[in-house]
Design a protein. Structure first.
Ligand code: MD3
Ligand code: FE
Length: 206
Protein backbone atom coordinates (compact mmCIF):
# COMPACT_ATOMS: atom_id res chain seq x y z
CA UNK A 1 0.00 0.00 0.00
CA UNK A 2 1.56 3.33 -1.03
CA UNK A 3 2.01 6.19 1.45
CA UNK A 4 1.94 9.85 0.32
CA UNK A 5 4.95 11.32 2.16
CA UNK A 6 4.87 14.83 0.63
CA UNK A 7 3.61 16.29 -2.66
CA UNK A 8 5.22 14.16 -5.39
CA UNK A 9 6.75 11.63 -2.96
CA UNK A 10 5.22 8.15 -2.70
CA UNK A 11 6.60 5.40 -0.44
CA UNK A 12 5.92 1.66 -0.85
CA UNK A 13 7.41 0.01 2.27
CA UNK A 14 8.36 -3.62 1.58
CA UNK A 15 7.57 -3.46 -2.14
CA UNK A 16 10.02 -6.33 -2.75
CA UNK A 17 9.48 -9.47 -0.63
CA UNK A 18 12.45 -11.33 0.88
CA UNK A 19 12.76 -13.74 -2.06
CA UNK A 20 12.69 -10.92 -4.62
CA UNK A 21 15.31 -8.98 -2.65
CA UNK A 22 17.66 -11.97 -2.61
CA UNK A 23 17.11 -12.58 -6.34
CA UNK A 24 17.83 -8.91 -7.09
CA UNK A 25 21.06 -9.00 -5.08
CA UNK A 26 22.17 -12.02 -7.13
CA UNK A 27 21.40 -10.15 -10.37
CA UNK A 28 23.22 -7.04 -9.14
CA UNK A 29 26.27 -9.17 -8.29
CA UNK A 30 26.33 -10.20 -11.95
CA UNK A 31 25.95 -6.56 -13.05
CA UNK A 32 28.86 -5.56 -10.78
CA UNK A 33 31.01 -8.39 -12.17
CA UNK A 34 30.57 -6.90 -15.68
CA UNK A 35 30.61 -3.24 -14.57
CA UNK A 36 32.72 -3.02 -11.39
CA UNK A 37 31.89 -0.44 -8.71
CA UNK A 38 33.98 2.71 -9.12
CA UNK A 39 34.58 5.61 -6.74
CA UNK A 40 33.13 8.79 -8.21
CA UNK A 41 34.99 12.06 -7.64
CA UNK A 42 33.79 15.62 -7.20
CA UNK A 43 33.97 17.89 -10.24
CA UNK A 44 36.98 20.26 -10.18
CA UNK A 45 38.44 19.12 -6.81
CA UNK A 46 38.54 15.36 -7.51
CA UNK A 47 37.56 14.64 -3.87
CA UNK A 48 36.26 11.04 -3.74
CA UNK A 49 32.67 10.25 -2.79
CA UNK A 50 32.15 7.94 0.21
CA UNK A 51 29.55 6.06 -1.86
CA UNK A 52 30.74 3.66 -4.59
CA UNK A 53 28.72 3.40 -7.80
CA UNK A 54 28.01 1.47 -10.93
CA UNK A 55 25.11 1.46 -13.41
CA UNK A 56 22.98 -0.71 -15.63
CA UNK A 57 20.77 0.32 -18.53
CA UNK A 58 21.54 2.25 -21.70
CA UNK A 59 23.04 5.23 -19.84
CA UNK A 60 24.93 5.54 -16.57
CA UNK A 61 25.69 8.46 -14.26
CA UNK A 62 29.36 9.21 -13.61
CA UNK A 63 31.28 11.99 -11.88
CA UNK A 64 34.91 13.03 -11.99
CA UNK A 65 37.06 16.16 -12.41
CA UNK A 66 35.33 16.71 -15.75
CA UNK A 67 31.87 17.03 -14.18
CA UNK A 68 28.66 15.10 -13.61
CA UNK A 69 27.20 13.41 -16.68
CA UNK A 70 25.42 10.42 -18.18
CA UNK A 71 27.37 8.24 -20.60
CA UNK A 72 26.85 4.88 -22.34
CA UNK A 73 30.15 3.36 -21.14
CA UNK A 74 31.83 2.48 -17.84
CA UNK A 75 34.39 5.20 -16.95
CA UNK A 76 37.18 2.69 -16.21
CA UNK A 77 36.58 -0.34 -18.44
CA UNK A 78 35.04 1.58 -21.36
CA UNK A 79 32.46 -1.22 -21.75
CA UNK A 80 28.76 -0.53 -22.27
CA UNK A 81 26.66 -0.81 -19.08
CA UNK A 82 24.93 -4.19 -18.56
CA UNK A 83 21.21 -4.47 -19.33
CA UNK A 84 18.69 -3.63 -16.63
CA UNK A 85 17.33 -6.75 -14.86
CA UNK A 86 13.70 -7.34 -15.88
CA UNK A 87 12.43 -7.12 -12.29
CA UNK A 88 13.62 -3.46 -12.28
CA UNK A 89 11.78 -2.71 -15.52
CA UNK A 90 8.70 -4.30 -13.95
CA UNK A 91 9.02 -2.11 -10.83
CA UNK A 92 9.18 0.99 -13.06
CA UNK A 93 6.08 -0.15 -14.99
CA UNK A 94 4.18 -0.78 -11.76
CA UNK A 95 5.19 2.34 -9.83
CA UNK A 96 6.51 5.15 -12.03
CA UNK A 97 3.33 6.09 -13.87
CA UNK A 98 5.40 7.10 -16.90
CA UNK A 99 4.89 5.64 -20.38
CA UNK A 100 8.54 5.27 -21.43
CA UNK A 101 11.01 2.77 -19.90
CA UNK A 102 13.89 3.89 -17.66
CA UNK A 103 17.19 4.65 -19.45
CA UNK A 104 19.52 4.59 -16.46
CA UNK A 105 19.77 2.68 -13.21
CA UNK A 106 22.41 4.15 -10.88
CA UNK A 107 23.55 1.61 -8.27
CA UNK A 108 24.91 3.23 -5.10
CA UNK A 109 26.75 1.13 -2.51
CA UNK A 110 27.02 2.53 1.02
CA UNK A 111 29.49 1.13 3.53
CA UNK A 112 28.11 1.73 7.05
CA UNK A 113 30.09 5.02 7.29
CA UNK A 114 29.10 6.38 3.86
CA UNK A 115 26.67 9.26 3.42
CA UNK A 116 25.40 11.55 0.68
CA UNK A 117 25.07 15.28 1.29
CA UNK A 118 21.94 17.23 0.39
CA UNK A 119 21.78 17.78 -3.37
CA UNK A 120 19.38 18.10 -6.29
CA UNK A 121 19.34 15.66 -9.22
CA UNK A 122 19.57 17.98 -12.23
CA UNK A 123 21.74 16.14 -14.73
CA UNK A 124 18.76 14.75 -16.64
CA UNK A 125 17.09 16.61 -19.53
CA UNK A 126 13.69 15.20 -18.71
CA UNK A 127 12.21 16.31 -15.38
CA UNK A 128 8.71 15.20 -16.42
CA UNK A 129 9.63 11.61 -15.57
CA UNK A 130 9.88 10.61 -11.89
CA UNK A 131 12.95 9.08 -10.24
CA UNK A 132 12.24 5.66 -8.69
CA UNK A 133 14.45 4.66 -5.73
CA UNK A 134 14.74 1.05 -4.53
CA UNK A 135 16.55 0.15 -1.29
CA UNK A 136 18.32 -3.12 -0.37
CA UNK A 137 20.27 -4.04 2.76
CA UNK A 138 20.75 -1.88 5.84
CA UNK A 139 18.19 0.82 6.60
CA UNK A 140 19.13 4.40 5.71
CA UNK A 141 18.10 7.66 7.32
CA UNK A 142 16.98 9.69 4.29
CA UNK A 143 16.25 13.43 4.35
CA UNK A 144 14.23 15.45 1.84
CA UNK A 145 13.48 19.19 1.70
CA UNK A 146 12.09 21.60 -0.83
CA UNK A 147 13.51 23.03 -4.01
CA UNK A 148 15.60 25.71 -2.29
CA UNK A 149 18.66 24.96 -0.18
CA UNK A 150 18.30 25.70 3.54
CA UNK A 151 14.55 25.12 3.78
CA UNK A 152 12.80 22.74 6.15
CA UNK A 153 13.46 19.03 5.68
CA UNK A 154 11.79 15.80 6.79
CA UNK A 155 13.50 12.50 7.55
CA UNK A 156 12.38 9.05 6.54
CA UNK A 157 13.83 5.58 7.16
CA UNK A 158 14.36 3.56 3.99
CA UNK A 159 14.45 -0.17 4.69
CA UNK A 160 15.37 -3.15 2.53
CA UNK A 161 12.71 -3.77 -0.12
CA UNK A 162 11.25 -0.25 0.03
CA UNK A 163 10.40 1.70 -3.12
CA UNK A 164 10.09 5.49 -3.25
CA UNK A 165 9.01 7.60 -6.25
CA UNK A 166 9.86 11.30 -6.69
CA UNK A 167 7.89 13.17 -9.28
CA UNK A 168 6.11 16.44 -9.84
CA UNK A 169 6.93 18.99 -7.12
CA UNK A 170 9.48 16.61 -5.55
CA UNK A 171 11.52 15.96 -8.69
CA UNK A 172 13.87 18.87 -7.96
CA UNK A 173 13.78 18.59 -4.16
CA UNK A 174 17.02 18.61 -2.15
CA UNK A 175 17.67 15.18 -0.65
CA UNK A 176 20.46 13.11 0.90
CA UNK A 177 21.42 10.18 3.10
CA UNK A 178 22.43 11.14 6.65
CA UNK A 179 23.30 7.74 8.05
CA UNK A 180 23.24 3.98 7.50
CA UNK A 181 21.95 1.86 10.37
CA UNK A 182 24.61 -0.89 10.24
CA UNK A 183 23.35 -4.37 10.99
CA UNK A 184 19.66 -3.53 10.53
CA UNK A 185 19.35 -6.04 7.65
CA UNK A 186 20.93 -9.44 6.99
CA UNK A 187 20.26 -9.36 3.22
CA UNK A 188 23.87 -8.55 2.29
CA UNK A 189 26.76 -10.69 3.57
CA UNK A 190 28.40 -7.63 5.15
CA UNK A 191 26.88 -4.47 6.61
CA UNK A 192 25.97 -1.85 4.02
CA UNK A 193 23.24 -0.64 1.74
CA UNK A 194 22.47 -0.66 -1.98
CA UNK A 195 20.24 1.99 -3.51
CA UNK A 196 19.00 1.81 -7.08
CA UNK A 197 17.67 4.90 -8.84
CA UNK A 198 15.81 4.37 -12.10
CA UNK A 199 15.59 7.40 -14.35
CA UNK A 200 14.73 8.87 -17.72
CA UNK A 201 17.64 10.97 -18.96
CA UNK A 202 16.85 12.33 -22.44
CA UNK A 203 13.83 14.34 -23.48
CA UNK A 204 11.32 12.34 -25.50
CA UNK A 205 11.45 13.48 -29.15
CA UNK A 206 7.60 13.20 -29.22
C1 MD3 B 1 14.39 13.07 -4.66
N1 MD3 B 1 20.50 8.60 -3.93
O1 MD3 B 1 21.57 8.70 -6.39
S1 MD3 B 1 17.54 7.78 -3.21
C2 MD3 B 1 21.08 9.77 -5.93
O2 MD3 B 1 19.71 6.54 -1.25
C3 MD3 B 1 20.53 9.76 -4.56
O3 MD3 B 1 21.34 6.51 -2.66
C4 MD3 B 1 20.08 8.46 -2.56
O4 MD3 B 1 20.14 10.77 -4.08
C5 MD3 B 1 20.38 7.06 -2.13
O5 MD3 B 1 21.03 10.82 -6.55
C6 MD3 B 1 18.66 8.80 -2.36
C7 MD3 B 1 16.14 8.80 -3.15
C8 MD3 B 1 16.07 9.87 -4.18
C9 MD3 B 1 16.68 9.72 -5.41
C10 MD3 B 1 16.52 10.68 -6.38
C11 MD3 B 1 15.75 11.81 -6.15
C12 MD3 B 1 15.34 10.98 -3.93
C13 MD3 B 1 15.16 11.95 -4.90
C14 MD3 B 1 15.55 12.78 -7.13
C15 MD3 B 1 14.75 13.86 -6.87
C16 MD3 B 1 14.18 14.01 -5.64
FE1 FE C 1 19.97 12.27 -5.64
Amino acid sequence: MPLAVAPGVTHWPGYFDAGEQAALVAELREVARQAPFFTPRMPKTGKPFSVRMTNCGVLGWVSDEGGYRYQPNHPETGEPWPAMPSRLLQAWEELAGYPLPPQACLINFYEPTAKMGLHQDRDEEDFAAPVLSLSLGDTALFRIGGTVRGGKTVSLKLASGDALAFGGAARLAYHGIDRILAGSSSLLPQAGRINLTLRRVTKPRV
